[in-house]
Write a protein that binds this ligand. Sequence first.
Ligand code: AMP
Ligand code: MN
Ligand code: MN
Ligand code: MN
Length: 280
Amino acid sequence: MNADLHCHSVVSDGTLTPEELAARAKANGVELWALTDHDEVGGQHRARAAAQAHGLPYLTGTEISVTFAQQTVHIVGLGFDADNTALIQGLRRTRGGRGERAQEMADGLAKVGIANAYEGALHYVGNPELISRTHFARFLVETGVCNDTNEVFRKYLTEGKPGYVPHSWAKLKDAVNWITDAGGMAIIAHPARYGFTPNEEYALFTEFIAHGGRGVEVITGSHSSPEALRYADTALEFGLAASRGSDFHSPDESRIDLGTLPLLPDKLTPVWQLLADRIQ
Ligand code: AMP
Ligand code: MN
Ligand code: MN
Ligand code: MN
């Protein structure tokens, strides 16, 4: 099935509205869709309504920022009740430090001669509670400091670089519990993107499962084909269901468009099989 269960709208760091994404997913042949904005479910009602208007089956979604072993890990939640109070409050707390962090990022950039980056980034922000590194990256591309957002991350926004500010996100246990207690499924996003040692990665998967996590992204816009094969095996090894999502952010920035990924390998259990009764 052409399921695309990971993408971002202007409610977090994407450039399209939930309605524009629903239309694009439909046009690209997506058969099951989820909008997964970072640390936020504010776009869920709009996304579901737009999907339904296109006759496109929908799962609620979010992507929660977590700190595990001093690194940032993303946990996707699918099929939860988007009105669940504990989930909404947990996400609000997770978003809480972003404003201050952004000011510190701008201070770091000012020290290397890039002025007014906070104001510049704000210009791209659709949701004032969700200022992210992506918005700074867009500002640095617009002002000609870098040629593309990838270059911005490499030179300015990753560990050790002038605009990087370490941050403490949600705890793994809390993120998994918010999703699961709201009736949804927790999924480890793009596992190949983390800089873990084999031991740390093993700890991530075992703790995630112990807390009630049940899925892992195998086919994602952030995996190469060898990485997808590797995490297909990891899914089988840990008895996790497999997810598929482009992680689409913007027509101008994203390598992989909505609905254009390879299919999940046959040997895996798709997350949507376990979420059949949550599809709207
Ligand atoms: P934040 O939550 O503010 O730390 O921002 C994280 C976001 O930055 C991710 O969700 C991606 O959208 C984006 N990002 C991270 N690394 C890169 C990269 N190397 N190139 C482009 N975008 C990136
Ligand atoms: Mn993002
Ligand atoms: Mn992510
Ligand atoms: Mn994402």
